[in-house]
Design a protein around this ligand. Sequence first.
Ligand code: GDP
Ligand code: MG
Length: 275
Amino acid sequence: MGSTGVGKTSFINKVTGQSLPVGHELDSCTKEIREVRLKRGKRNVVLVDTPGFGDSSMSDTEVLRLIAKHLVTSHQAGTKLTGIIYMHRISDSKVEGGTRRNFKMFHQLCGSEHLRQVAIVTTWWDKVDTKTAESRENQLMTGKTLFKPMLDYKATMMRHDGSSATAKDIVDHFLRLERMVLKIQSQLIMDKMSLPVTDAGSVMNTDLLNDTRRCLDRLEVLKDELKRTKDNKTRGLLEEERKELLAEKRALGGQIKSLSKSLNERSFFSRLLGL
Ligand SMILES: Nc1nc2c(ncn2[C@@H]2O[C@H](COP(=O)(O)OP(=O)(O)O)[C@@H](O)[C@H]2O)c(=O)[nH]1
Ligand SMILES: [Mg+2]
C-alpha cells in the first residue's frame, strides 16, 4: 500500500520479472486490487498490488473501500496475510497532509497487534543524494507523528533501491513470519462493523465530515457577503467561490455516502453490465 507513484507496481515487477503496467506522474495504472503469484524457494507467495491513495482518478474513499473489500473476501476465502508493505518515496522533501492522514488510516487498518509484520519501505533512493535521503529517513523514523508510532510497535523500516535484489530481500523477510488477521478484518468480519465505524474508516469519515463542516461554514459567510455586496465584480468573484464550494460539498457528500455503502454492494458498472 501507499500513495500513487511511490513504486508499488514497479516493486512487484522487480520481484517477479514481469512487466505489469506502471503509472506516470500522478496517474496510477493500478485501478483495482491485483494478485501476483510467484515462488520463492519452495514457498508460494502472493503479492497483492493495490491502487494508491492520492490518485487523480479515484478518491481515497474508493481506494479504502476496495482494499477493505479485498481484505474481507480474501479472509472469507481462507487466505491470511503474512505481511504488509507500506511504501513511501524518500525523494519527497515534505510529507503532505493527505499522506499523513492516509498513513494514520493505514496504522488503524492494521491495528497495533501485528506491526512486526509491517514493513515501511522507502523508494526512489536514486532521485536524491544519499546524505539527504539518510537524514530524511532519520527524521521520518524519529518524528513523533509519522512512522514512529508504528516503529514503536516493532514495524520495520526497509530500503528498496530499485533493484530486484532488494525487492526480493524484502519479500523474503516476510517468509519467516506468521499469518495474521488485521484490525480492519476483525472489525468488519468478526465484529460486523460497517466501514465508517472501523478505526480506519473513522479516520477517513472524521476528515470528510470536518471538510464538509468547513465548506458549510464558508457557504454561510458567502451568503451574507453576497447579500451585502453591491459591486458586480466582487459579486462575480463571490458567486464563483460559491459554485466551487457547492461542487466540493457535493463531492464530499458522495464520498461520505460511498464510505457508508455496504461492501457487498455491486458497483454501478457491474450492475449495468449485469455482472
Ligand atoms: N526514479 C525512480 N522512479 C521510480 C521508482 N519506482 C517507481 N518509479 C517510477 O514511478 C512511476 C510510478 O510507478 P508505479 O510502480 O506505477 O507506482 P505505484 O502507483 O505505486 O504502483 C513509474 O514511472 C515508475 O517507473 C524509483 O525507485 N525511482
Ligand atoms: Mg500501481
